[in-house]
Structure formats: C-alpha cells, structure tokens
Design a protein around this ligand. Structure first.
Ligand SMILES: O=P(O)(O)OC[C@H]1O[C@H](OP(=O)(O)OP(=O)(O)O)[C@H](O)[C@@H]1O
Ligand SMILES: O=c1cc[nH]c(=O)[nH]1
Length: 195
C-alpha cells in the first residue's frame, strides 16, 4: 500500500489564517543549545560575555541562551534587555509603544563582548536600532548577533553570527515565534504568502 503523503503540521496563527509549524519545541531547544555552544566556542569561554535580548521575544531567548552557557561553563553569564524603542527608524509610522524595560547588567557593557539576541532577523532595521542604543550605553569590545530565525529579505547590511534556523520565505509571509514565557508554548510558525 502506498503510504499517505506526509503533510506538514498545521495550526492557526493569531489572525486565524493557515499557518505551518517550521520549528517545534524540541527543535527550538536544540537550536538554542547549539547556538550557546557556538558563542562559547567563538569567545573561548564565558569570560567577558554580556547577553542582551531585544524585546519582545529576544529577551526570553537571551535568558535561555545565558542559562545554557552558564550551565556549560559553570560560571555566571550576565544577561539583560536593551530598549530600542526610541532608536527605531519607523517611529513615526508605528503606534508608540511604552518603552521596554532597560535591564543592563551592573558591570555595564564597556569592553565586554555583547551578544545581541532576537527571535527573527528580517530587514535588519531592528538590529540597526539596537546597535545605536548600545552605542549610547558604552563601548563594547565586540558585538555579536544571535537570532533564532533568519528569514532573509535584508534592507541593511546586517548579518547574524549565530542562527538557529535559516528559513527561506517570501516577503508576503509572516514568521511568528512563540515562546512559553510569553505565549505558553514554544513554536515557530510561518503564515500568509502564496505557498
Ligand atoms: O529585521 P526586522 O525587519 O527589524 O524584523 C525583525 C523584528 O521584527 C519583530 O519585532 P517586532 O517589531 O514585530 O516586535 P515584537 O518583537 O514585539 O513582536 C522581531 O521580533 C524582530 O525584532
Ligand atoms: O516575519 C516577520 C517579520 C518581521 N518580524 C517578525 O517577527 N516576523
């Protein structure tokens, strides 16, 4: 008997349209573990690292990455969040959101290796804003970028150093990262477009 064709798991996104799950909870966990090891490998350990999440979902991801690195190294890895609200280049086009909480480790970022963490990398404009926000906070020795999903379509010369998953997308699609800390579940979905 011919086996039934495999269909990808379906779910419904926030707008009620069809969405396809592209990363499960296990895949997210595995990707974050690999990224944590990559960061440690490149930095030759956890010395001097500061992990900063970009709101919204970059923050819980940063905490997970830092926790894994701390477990691997048996040392504290400072973690926090960076507020980019006032640094966005589309401030006039977006509804003003309340400023996010700035939460920088007490040692600051001067001469540290800052690992910026976000859930999705798309145009690169959010990362550009984060780099400007960082520059107002101090002078890191280096800045690295870790993203769970790189979906392409860059509008600025921005490249991630550590990527959980490279996901080819059309520009009309939407990638949604759900995380247990905010959404009650871990999942990456893609929706919209003409697939
Ligand atoms: O590379 P870009 O084109 O800037 O897109 C990526 C950003 O877009 C999303 O954030 P969004 O502004 O939707 O806010 P959110 O994180 O609060 O959902 C995502 O979380 C990234 O931060
Ligand atoms: O698909 C997209 C594009 C920008 N930001 C997201 O979180 N998803």
């Amino acid at each position: 008997m011919t086996p039934a064709p495999k269909t990808p798991p379906q779910s419904s996104d926030d707008n009620g349209t069809d969405a396809r799950i592209v990363m499960s909870d296990n895949e997210i966990a595995r990707a974050l573990r690999r990224m944590a090891h990559e960061v440690l490998e490149r930095n030759k350990g956890a010395e001097g690292l500061v992990v900063l999440g970009i709101p919204t979902r970059g923050v819980p991801l940063a905490r997970r990455l830092a926790r894994t690195m701390a477990e691997v190294e048996g040392a504290d890895v400072p973690v926090g969040a960076i507020d980019i609200t006032m640094y966005r280049d589309d401030l006039r086009r977006r509804p003003i959101r309340p400023a996010e909480k700035l939460d920088i480790p007490s040692d600051g970022i001067d001469d540290k290796v800052v690992v910026l963490v976000d859930d999705v990398l798309y145009s690169g404009r959010t990362v550009r804003a984060a780099l400007d926000a960082l520059a107002d906070l101090g002078r890191p020795r280096a800045v690295r970028l870790a993203v769970l999903v790189d979906r392409g379509h860059r509008e600025l010369p921005v490249r991630a150093d550590h990527v959980g998953k490279n996901l080819p997308t059309s520009s009309t699609e939407r990638v949604s990262v759900l995380l247990a800390e905010r959404d009650g579940t871990d999942e990456v979905r893609i929706s919209g477009g003409n697939r």
